[in-house]
Design a protein around this ligand. Structure first.
Ligand code: MBD
Ligand code: FE
Length: 282
Protein backbone atom coordinates (compact mmCIF):
# COMPACT_ATOMS: atom_id res chain seq x y z
CA UNK A 1 0.00 0.00 0.00
CA UNK A 2 1.11 3.53 -0.76
CA UNK A 3 2.43 5.65 2.11
CA UNK A 4 1.58 8.93 0.37
CA UNK A 5 -1.22 11.01 1.80
CA UNK A 6 -2.89 12.11 -1.42
CA UNK A 7 -3.96 9.88 -4.30
CA UNK A 8 -1.73 10.07 -7.37
CA UNK A 9 -1.86 8.35 -10.74
CA UNK A 10 1.65 6.94 -10.33
CA UNK A 11 0.90 5.52 -6.86
CA UNK A 12 -2.29 3.74 -7.96
CA UNK A 13 -0.73 2.77 -11.31
CA UNK A 14 2.34 1.26 -9.70
CA UNK A 15 0.18 -0.54 -7.11
CA UNK A 16 -1.85 -2.04 -9.98
CA UNK A 17 1.37 -3.04 -11.77
CA UNK A 18 2.68 -4.75 -8.60
CA UNK A 19 -0.67 -6.51 -8.14
CA UNK A 20 -0.54 -7.85 -11.72
CA UNK A 21 3.02 -9.11 -11.22
CA UNK A 22 1.90 -10.92 -8.04
CA UNK A 23 -1.33 -12.24 -9.56
CA UNK A 24 0.06 -15.45 -11.03
CA UNK A 25 -1.36 -14.46 -14.42
CA UNK A 26 2.16 -14.26 -15.83
CA UNK A 27 3.28 -17.75 -14.77
CA UNK A 28 1.72 -19.78 -17.60
CA UNK A 29 2.15 -17.43 -20.51
CA UNK A 30 3.75 -19.70 -23.11
CA UNK A 31 2.03 -18.28 -26.20
CA UNK A 32 2.77 -20.35 -29.36
CA UNK A 33 5.34 -18.95 -31.76
CA UNK A 34 2.73 -19.07 -34.56
CA UNK A 35 0.29 -16.94 -32.53
CA UNK A 36 2.93 -14.43 -31.51
CA UNK A 37 4.01 -14.14 -35.16
CA UNK A 38 0.39 -13.64 -36.30
CA UNK A 39 -0.74 -11.23 -33.56
CA UNK A 40 2.43 -9.13 -33.36
CA UNK A 41 2.60 -8.88 -37.18
CA UNK A 42 -1.03 -7.73 -37.34
CA UNK A 43 -0.56 -5.16 -34.59
CA UNK A 44 2.59 -3.73 -36.19
CA UNK A 45 0.92 -3.64 -39.61
CA UNK A 46 -2.13 -1.84 -38.20
CA UNK A 47 0.13 0.81 -36.64
CA UNK A 48 2.11 1.25 -39.88
CA UNK A 49 -1.12 1.55 -41.89
CA UNK A 50 -2.24 4.38 -39.60
CA UNK A 51 1.09 6.21 -40.07
CA UNK A 52 0.84 5.96 -43.86
CA UNK A 53 -2.91 6.72 -44.13
CA UNK A 54 -2.82 9.63 -41.69
CA UNK A 55 0.69 10.87 -42.74
CA UNK A 56 1.93 10.86 -39.13
CA UNK A 57 4.71 13.43 -38.57
CA UNK A 58 7.97 13.10 -36.61
CA UNK A 59 6.48 15.40 -33.93
CA UNK A 60 3.54 13.01 -33.57
CA UNK A 61 5.84 9.97 -33.57
CA UNK A 62 7.98 11.52 -30.83
CA UNK A 63 4.88 12.50 -28.81
CA UNK A 64 3.82 8.86 -28.99
CA UNK A 65 7.26 7.65 -27.93
CA UNK A 66 7.42 9.96 -24.92
CA UNK A 67 3.84 9.08 -23.95
CA UNK A 68 4.51 5.33 -24.07
CA UNK A 69 7.57 5.84 -21.87
CA UNK A 70 5.36 7.74 -19.39
CA UNK A 71 2.73 4.94 -19.35
CA UNK A 72 5.43 2.59 -18.05
CA UNK A 73 6.92 5.13 -15.64
CA UNK A 74 3.49 5.77 -14.11
CA UNK A 75 2.78 2.03 -13.86
CA UNK A 76 -0.31 2.59 -16.00
CA UNK A 77 -0.04 -0.35 -18.41
CA UNK A 78 -2.66 -2.33 -16.44
CA UNK A 79 -4.97 0.71 -16.38
CA UNK A 80 -4.47 1.48 -20.08
CA UNK A 81 -5.01 -2.12 -21.23
CA UNK A 82 -7.99 -2.74 -18.94
CA UNK A 83 -9.73 0.50 -19.95
CA UNK A 84 -9.18 0.33 -23.71
CA UNK A 85 -8.73 -3.35 -24.61
CA UNK A 86 -10.00 -5.77 -21.94
CA UNK A 87 -13.67 -5.40 -22.96
CA UNK A 88 -12.96 -7.07 -26.32
CA UNK A 89 -10.93 -9.85 -24.69
CA UNK A 90 -13.82 -10.41 -22.26
CA UNK A 91 -16.29 -10.64 -25.15
CA UNK A 92 -14.20 -13.30 -26.89
CA UNK A 93 -13.70 -15.26 -23.65
CA UNK A 94 -17.39 -15.38 -22.68
CA UNK A 95 -19.51 -15.16 -25.85
CA UNK A 96 -20.31 -18.91 -25.66
CA UNK A 97 -22.11 -18.53 -22.32
CA UNK A 98 -25.83 -19.06 -21.82
CA UNK A 99 -25.83 -17.77 -18.26
CA UNK A 100 -25.03 -14.37 -16.87
CA UNK A 101 -23.29 -11.71 -18.94
CA UNK A 102 -19.94 -10.71 -17.47
CA UNK A 103 -17.73 -7.69 -17.69
CA UNK A 104 -14.06 -6.79 -17.32
CA UNK A 105 -12.06 -7.39 -14.13
CA UNK A 106 -10.19 -4.08 -14.31
CA UNK A 107 -6.94 -3.27 -12.52
CA UNK A 108 -8.09 -3.23 -8.87
CA UNK A 109 -9.03 -6.82 -7.97
CA UNK A 110 -7.23 -8.36 -5.00
CA UNK A 111 -7.83 -12.08 -4.31
CA UNK A 112 -8.50 -13.62 -0.91
CA UNK A 113 -10.47 -10.82 0.66
CA UNK A 114 -11.78 -11.81 4.14
CA UNK A 115 -14.49 -14.48 3.93
CA UNK A 116 -17.88 -14.30 5.65
CA UNK A 117 -21.06 -16.37 5.50
CA UNK A 118 -24.13 -14.60 4.10
CA UNK A 119 -25.92 -12.58 5.45
CA UNK A 120 -22.98 -10.26 6.15
CA UNK A 121 -21.72 -6.70 6.12
CA UNK A 122 -18.64 -5.91 4.05
CA UNK A 123 -15.68 -4.41 5.90
CA UNK A 124 -15.97 -0.64 6.05
CA UNK A 125 -14.84 2.27 8.23
CA UNK A 126 -16.99 3.24 11.24
CA UNK A 127 -17.67 6.56 9.51
CA UNK A 128 -17.88 5.19 5.93
CA UNK A 129 -19.65 7.85 3.85
CA UNK A 130 -22.50 7.27 1.43
CA UNK A 131 -25.82 5.54 0.96
CA UNK A 132 -26.27 2.09 2.52
CA UNK A 133 -26.86 -0.60 -0.09
CA UNK A 134 -28.35 -4.02 0.63
CA UNK A 135 -27.29 -6.27 -2.25
CA UNK A 136 -29.07 -9.61 -2.39
CA UNK A 137 -29.89 -12.39 -4.82
CA UNK A 138 -29.49 -16.02 -5.72
CA UNK A 139 -26.84 -17.96 -7.62
CA UNK A 140 -28.18 -20.65 -9.97
CA UNK A 141 -26.94 -22.93 -12.74
CA UNK A 142 -28.25 -22.56 -16.31
CA UNK A 143 -30.69 -25.44 -15.63
CA UNK A 144 -32.31 -23.36 -12.86
CA UNK A 145 -30.91 -25.36 -9.94
CA UNK A 146 -29.66 -23.40 -6.93
CA UNK A 147 -25.90 -23.45 -6.40
CA UNK A 148 -25.51 -24.02 -2.68
CA UNK A 149 -22.62 -22.26 -0.95
CA UNK A 150 -21.71 -20.33 -4.11
CA UNK A 151 -18.91 -17.82 -3.53
CA UNK A 152 -19.35 -14.10 -4.23
CA UNK A 153 -16.29 -11.86 -4.20
CA UNK A 154 -17.25 -8.19 -4.10
CA UNK A 155 -15.00 -5.13 -4.37
CA UNK A 156 -15.80 -1.54 -5.20
CA UNK A 157 -14.85 2.10 -4.79
CA UNK A 158 -15.92 4.24 -1.86
CA UNK A 159 -18.10 7.36 -1.90
CA UNK A 160 -15.10 9.34 -3.17
CA UNK A 161 -14.32 6.90 -5.98
CA UNK A 162 -11.24 5.38 -4.33
CA UNK A 163 -10.33 1.67 -4.00
CA UNK A 164 -8.61 0.27 -0.92
CA UNK A 165 -5.00 -0.88 -1.62
CA UNK A 166 -4.82 1.51 -4.63
CA UNK A 167 -5.32 4.84 -2.84
CA UNK A 168 -3.68 6.00 0.39
CA UNK A 169 -5.09 5.93 3.92
CA UNK A 170 -7.86 3.37 3.43
CA UNK A 171 -7.91 0.18 5.56
CA UNK A 172 -6.54 -2.80 3.59
CA UNK A 173 -9.80 -4.70 2.98
CA UNK A 174 -12.18 -1.72 2.99
CA UNK A 175 -15.18 -2.43 0.74
CA UNK A 176 -13.71 -5.81 -0.27
CA UNK A 177 -15.04 -9.18 0.82
CA UNK A 178 -15.71 -12.84 -0.01
CA UNK A 179 -19.23 -14.05 0.82
CA UNK A 180 -20.57 -17.60 0.97
CA UNK A 181 -24.20 -18.03 -0.10
CA UNK A 182 -26.56 -20.30 1.85
CA UNK A 183 -27.66 -23.83 0.89
CA UNK A 184 -30.16 -22.39 -1.63
CA UNK A 185 -27.56 -20.12 -3.23
CA UNK A 186 -29.07 -17.02 -1.62
CA UNK A 187 -26.88 -14.15 -0.49
CA UNK A 188 -27.41 -10.86 1.34
CA UNK A 189 -24.57 -8.36 1.58
CA UNK A 190 -24.66 -4.96 3.26
CA UNK A 191 -22.39 -2.37 1.70
CA UNK A 192 -22.29 1.28 0.59
CA UNK A 193 -23.21 2.59 -2.83
CA UNK A 194 -19.99 3.42 -4.72
CA UNK A 195 -19.37 6.75 -6.46
CA UNK A 196 -18.60 7.11 -10.17
CA UNK A 197 -14.89 6.53 -10.84
CA UNK A 198 -12.61 8.96 -12.62
CA UNK A 199 -9.42 7.68 -14.27
CA UNK A 200 -6.53 9.50 -12.54
CA UNK A 201 -6.06 12.77 -14.44
CA UNK A 202 -2.40 13.32 -13.43
CA UNK A 203 -0.86 10.28 -15.15
CA UNK A 204 -0.22 9.12 -18.71
CA UNK A 205 -3.79 7.85 -19.28
CA UNK A 206 -5.21 11.12 -17.98
CA UNK A 207 -2.84 13.01 -20.27
CA UNK A 208 -4.12 11.07 -23.29
CA UNK A 209 -7.74 11.66 -22.26
CA UNK A 210 -7.15 15.43 -21.92
CA UNK A 211 -5.08 15.66 -25.13
CA UNK A 212 -7.83 13.87 -27.09
CA UNK A 213 -10.66 15.88 -25.54
CA UNK A 214 -12.33 12.82 -23.98
CA UNK A 215 -13.82 12.49 -20.48
CA UNK A 216 -12.25 10.28 -17.79
CA UNK A 217 -15.33 8.73 -16.18
CA UNK A 218 -16.63 5.26 -15.53
CA UNK A 219 -20.17 5.00 -14.14
CA UNK A 220 -20.53 3.87 -10.51
CA UNK A 221 -20.13 0.10 -10.38
CA UNK A 222 -19.83 -2.98 -8.19
CA UNK A 223 -17.16 -5.53 -9.16
CA UNK A 224 -17.90 -9.23 -8.62
CA UNK A 225 -16.48 -12.68 -9.09
CA UNK A 226 -19.11 -15.39 -8.64
CA UNK A 227 -18.11 -19.05 -8.52
CA UNK A 228 -19.39 -22.51 -7.67
CA UNK A 229 -17.94 -26.01 -8.12
CA UNK A 230 -18.32 -27.35 -11.67
CA UNK A 231 -19.14 -23.92 -13.09
CA UNK A 232 -17.29 -21.25 -15.02
CA UNK A 233 -16.09 -18.34 -12.91
CA UNK A 234 -18.16 -15.25 -13.64
CA UNK A 235 -16.37 -11.90 -13.51
CA UNK A 236 -18.90 -9.08 -13.72
CA UNK A 237 -19.72 -5.50 -12.89
CA UNK A 238 -23.14 -4.14 -11.94
CA UNK A 239 -24.30 -0.59 -12.61
CA UNK A 240 -26.82 1.89 -11.19
CA UNK A 241 -29.70 3.14 -13.34
CA UNK A 242 -29.61 6.84 -14.16
CA UNK A 243 -25.82 7.24 -13.95
CA UNK A 244 -24.89 9.72 -16.67
CA UNK A 245 -21.92 7.59 -17.75
CA UNK A 246 -23.77 4.29 -18.25
CA UNK A 247 -23.97 5.23 -21.94
CA UNK A 248 -20.40 6.47 -22.40
CA UNK A 249 -18.18 4.47 -20.03
CA UNK A 250 -14.53 5.22 -20.83
CA UNK A 251 -13.88 1.45 -20.39
CA UNK A 252 -16.80 0.32 -22.65
CA UNK A 253 -17.80 -2.20 -19.96
CA UNK A 254 -21.54 -1.56 -19.47
CA UNK A 255 -24.11 -4.03 -20.82
CA UNK A 256 -27.90 -3.61 -20.43
CA UNK A 257 -28.11 -6.95 -18.55
CA UNK A 258 -25.80 -5.54 -15.87
CA UNK A 259 -28.03 -2.66 -14.74
CA UNK A 260 -29.41 -3.04 -11.21
CA UNK A 261 -32.96 -2.35 -10.14
CA UNK A 262 -32.54 -0.01 -7.15
CA UNK A 263 -35.35 0.42 -4.60
CA UNK A 264 -35.65 2.21 -1.24
CA UNK A 265 -34.58 -0.10 1.62
CA UNK A 266 -37.51 -1.90 3.27
CA UNK A 267 -35.62 -1.85 6.59
CA UNK A 268 -33.47 1.01 7.83
CA UNK A 269 -32.09 3.71 5.55
CA UNK A 270 -30.59 3.60 2.09
CA UNK A 271 -31.41 1.40 -0.87
CA UNK A 272 -31.62 -2.26 -1.77
CA UNK A 273 -31.36 -4.33 -4.91
CA UNK A 274 -31.89 -7.95 -5.91
CA UNK A 275 -29.75 -9.46 -8.67
CA UNK A 276 -29.59 -13.18 -9.51
CA UNK A 277 -26.54 -14.77 -11.13
CA UNK A 278 -26.70 -17.70 -13.56
CA UNK A 279 -23.45 -19.65 -14.01
CA UNK A 280 -22.59 -21.91 -16.96
CA UNK A 281 -21.48 -25.48 -16.16
CA UNK A 282 -17.89 -26.15 -17.28
C1 MBD B 1 -11.80 0.95 -12.58
O1 MBD B 1 -12.41 1.04 -11.39
C2 MBD B 1 -12.21 -0.02 -13.40
O2 MBD B 1 -13.20 -0.80 -12.96
C3 MBD B 1 -11.64 -0.18 -14.64
C4 MBD B 1 -12.12 -1.23 -15.55
C5 MBD B 1 -10.62 0.65 -15.05
C6 MBD B 1 -10.20 1.63 -14.22
C7 MBD B 1 -10.79 1.78 -12.98
FE1 FE C 1 -13.70 -0.39 -10.94
Amino acid sequence: MSTETTASAAASGNAATDRFRESGKTSSLAVDVERVNLLASKLIKAANDIVLEERVSYDEFNALKSWLIKVGADGEWPLFLDVWLEHSVEDVATDHREGNKGSIEGPYYVPEAPEQKSPATIQMRDDEKGTSLLFQGQVRSTDGSALSNAKIELWHADEEGFYSQFAPNIPQWNLRGTFIADAEGNFQINTMQPAPYQIPTDGACGQLIAAAGWHAWRPAHLHLKVSAPGHELLTAQLYFPGDEHNDDDIATAVKPELLLDIKPATEGTGVQTTYDFVLDPV
